[in-house]
Design a protein around this ligand. Structure first.
Ligand code: XIL
Length: 371
């Protein structure tokens, strides 16, 4: 079913032509008079937001104001990961995530949770615990404590993050991680059940990065989710990280088919970490912005013609701080050059990617009026 008709009313015809004509040094467009993404998301009855880090909200007023203005939701970029929450066994550190939640609640924003189980940001002591055969107890202690701590206050949880990697040759396509080695394939179901016990009303999401060309990965994700459903495991959605890559045109037909299947299975599609990575970091921002915008447009257009995600989040709001500027994650940016693939630039000015989101949200069907 087409849940969100006419996602892009003005199909952005200028984009293709302008990409060819780029390099002209044209002035950057000014979107400052348009309503915020927050306002448009509210009209559509969904949440728009971004991953944030506490210290930037505390130290940079222009950034904090931009978050208040554009977002109706935030997600902690790192504060809910194991390495922050439990750097040592039973030494809990909820302070950064609690402060983010206070910021959110004080500004009438929602917060979502990321992530209860991931093979990264996972402390050495816990990995050792898994090797010692204490995996089940550690999983239970962590999930019940963390989900219980925020019970009723977060909209959704990324319960398990990035558990699929067909390249690891597991028969079910599961990624070779300490969790898999310690608990076997059932660890995913266990994590969801524990989360549901700790907060029966939370929306529970399986979150994954899905490179659009990788058919076997999408198939393995769908098979995992189907197994969970067949076993009556409480799962409500699939989070698609949506880290797009500017040089690569996407298979929109594959994306659409995936969205349709998620919807057919009765699950919600979450856009959890949208951003656009680049290979070349030249000084012609206009040229780069057009390409970034085109990638985001083709992706969002494909998704939104098939479903209406409840939450759309970018991984960072401003290019002033983004993991894409970090050469540890983006080797193509070894010189740490300015990046462009987020809704606001380093001066909090709206980019063309912002405008793509603006058009995407404007095209969503309005929220159903409450009876
Ligand atoms: C990244 C953060 O942005 C970095 O600051 C951090 O050091 C490493 O993790 N997929 C995810 C996110 O699910 O948690 C990752 O976040 C980016 C990729």
């Amino acid at each position: 079913m087409v849940a969100a008709l006419a996602a892009f009313p003005q199909a952005l015809p200028f984009l293709k032509g302008s990409v060819r004509a780029a390099g002209t040094g044209l002035p950057q467009p000014d979107f400052s008079d348009l309503p915020s993404l927050r306002v448009l998301a509210e009209k559509a009855g969904i949440f728009f937001g971004a991953a944030v880090q506490l210290r930037f909200l505390q130290e940079e007023m222009d950034f904090a104001r931009a978050v208040q203005k554009e977002c109706s939701m935030i997600v902690p970029e790192g504060s809910l990961k194991w390495s922050v929450l439990q750097p040592q066994e039973n030494r809990w550190n909820f302070q950064p995530a609690d402060s983010l939640l206070s910021f959110a609640e004080g500004n009438a924003l929602k917060m979502r949770g990321h992530t209860l189980l991931w093979h990264n940001a996972f402390p050495a002591w816990a990995e050792e615990g898994l090797r010692e055969g204490r995996g089940e107890a550690l999983l239970e202690a962590h999930i019940s404590k963390v989900v219980g701590h925020y019970k009723g206050r977060l909209t959704s949880w990324d319960v398990v993050n990035e558990a699929i990697n067909p390249k690891d040759d597991h028969p079910l396509g599961l990624r070779d991680t300490p969790w898999l080695r310690a608990l076997g394939p059932d660890y995913v179901a266990k994590a969801f059940r524990l989360a549901a016990q700790a907060d029966p009303n939370a929306r529970l999401v399986y979150n994954e990065f899905i490179l659009e060309g990788e058919e076997d990965k999408r198939a393995a994700i769908l098979a995992l989710v189907r197994r969970l459903q067949d076993a009556n495991v409480p799962i409500h959605g699939v989070g698609v990280q949506s880290h797009l890559w500017a040089p690569k045109r996407q298979r929109v037909d594959k994306i659409r088919a995936f969205c349709r299947e998620i919807t057919r299975m009765g699950l919600d599609y979450y856009v959890t970490e949208l951003d656009v990575g680049e290979k070349d970091y030249g000084d012609d921002f206009e040229k780069r912005d057009l390409l970034v915008a085109e990638r985001a447009r083709e992706y969002l257009d494909a998704v939104l013609t098939e479903c209406k995600p409840k939450e759309i989040l970018t991984w960072g709001l401003s290019t002033r701080h983004s993991w894409m500027a970090d050469p540890r994650y983006f080797k193509s940016n070894a010189e740490g050059k300015p990046i462009r693939g987020l809704p606001l630039d380093g001066a909090m000015k709206r980019t063309r990617l912002w405008h793509v989101l603006y058009q995407a949200l404007s095209g969503l069907a309005p929220a159903e009026a409450k009876a």
